[in-house]
Design a protein around this ligand. Structure first.
Ligand SMILES: [Zn+2]
Length: 327
């Protein structure tokens, strides 16, 4: 009997406490979702990105600069100041977005710096003094003012996809068509797409050629692949196997090796992976289109679009799919 009473009270207690337990659980969830919202809002507090810890790669020193000053140096270094103002504005917004994305996602130099001044790693940056030294004297003021205008007139604006700043990659010249990031580094981002821009062929970075001797090709391949062999007398001893969505070389067979177009670009120091080749008597001649990885915004394409009357936001939306520009 005592046992039955015990179970009876136990069930009664359970009935009364269960709703309390559930209510508490719901309360906890509510609190945590509120907290998340607060964190997201905090991430977009523009003031949080106003100070940049810039690593100077040649000296190894870190300089604290405000975001706008940093961006003047990036735009001045990354894009010719002779380009159209709307192209410079697109570059300023994209450089700002890239910087915010780096800080928000930890970047390559944490915990010591947010970004470095190298185009091979982050974005190129140049001081006003060094930039002036490379411009003709009569153009210095005009060029610098144009860059300052591009940054100031887009102040606080950056590129968003689904409310988040994008990994705003850019390159010099797409050689006719941009590329998906998955074909360059393997990562996939929904906002990169393959698009064409007319007018890129008017820029000197559109075409280039590299000619290397057969011996040099063998030497460079052996440095990378110790079992490399090639018989130049064989038909198809070098053969492009397939192309990417953006018309770059995806896979190329060189002798007994099958390598990616991205690796071939590095080995033979080509300006892009959009290349073809000719086997000559003693050498291999590569003809190359475009300059850079081809992902995201094309700088020459942006200038070409600006010359056709497009505004910076139209240029950005041409190169990144389904994005918005923050107010
Ligand atoms: Zn870096």
């Amino acid at each position: 009997m005592k046992k039955i009473l015990f179970y009876f009270f136990f069930i009664i207690i359970l009935i009364f406490t269960m709703p309390i337990l559930f209510t508490n659980q719901f309360k906890t969830e509510e609190v945590s979702s509120e907290e998340t919202e607060e964190i997201i809002e905090e991430k977009f507090d523009y003031g949080k990105y106003s100070n940049i810890r810039l690593l100077h790669t040649d000296s190894g020193t870190i300089e604290n600069v405000d975001l706008d000053t940093y961006l003047y140096g990036v735009v001045a270094s990354e894009m010719p100041a002779s380009f159209e103002l709307e192209a410079l504005k697109a570059q300023a917004v994209v450089a700002r977005t890239y910087t915010i994305y780096q800080i928000k996602n930890g970047g390559k130099h944490e915990p010591v710096a947010d970004v470095c001044d190298s185009s091979l790693c982050c974005q190129a940056w140049i001081s006003k003094e060094n930039r002036f030294a490379r411009w003709e004297e009569n153009l210095r003021e005009e060029y610098w003012n144009k860059i300052v205008r591009a940054v100031n007139e887009t102040k606080g604006k950056f590129v968003l996809y689904n409310g988040e700043p994008i990994n705003a990659l850019f390159h010099s010249n797409s050689g006719g068509k941009t590329e998906l990031s998955v074909n360059v580094w393997g990562g996939n981002f929904p906002y990169f797409q393959t698009v064409e821009t007319s007018g890129e062929e008017a820029y000197s970075s559109y075409n280039s050629e590299v000619e290397i001797s057969k011996d040099e090709l063998i030497k460079r391949m052996l440095e990378k692949y110790s079992n490399f062999k090639i018989d130049f007398k064989e038909d198809n001893c070098i053969q492009i196997l397939n192309f990417t969505d953006g018309d770059r070389v995806q896979k190329i067979k060189i002798g007994n090796m099958e390598i990616s177009g991205v690796d071939a670009r590095k080995i033979f120091e080509l300006k892009s992976a959009k290349f073809n080749f000719q086997i000559l008597e003693n050498s291999i001649k590569f003809t190359v289109l475009g300059y850079g990885h081809g992902v995201g915004l094309s700088q020459c394409g942006s200038d070409s679009m600006a010359k056709q009357g497009k505004k910076y936001d139209e240029i950005i939306k041409h190169y990144y799919k389904d994005v918005e520009i923050s107010e």
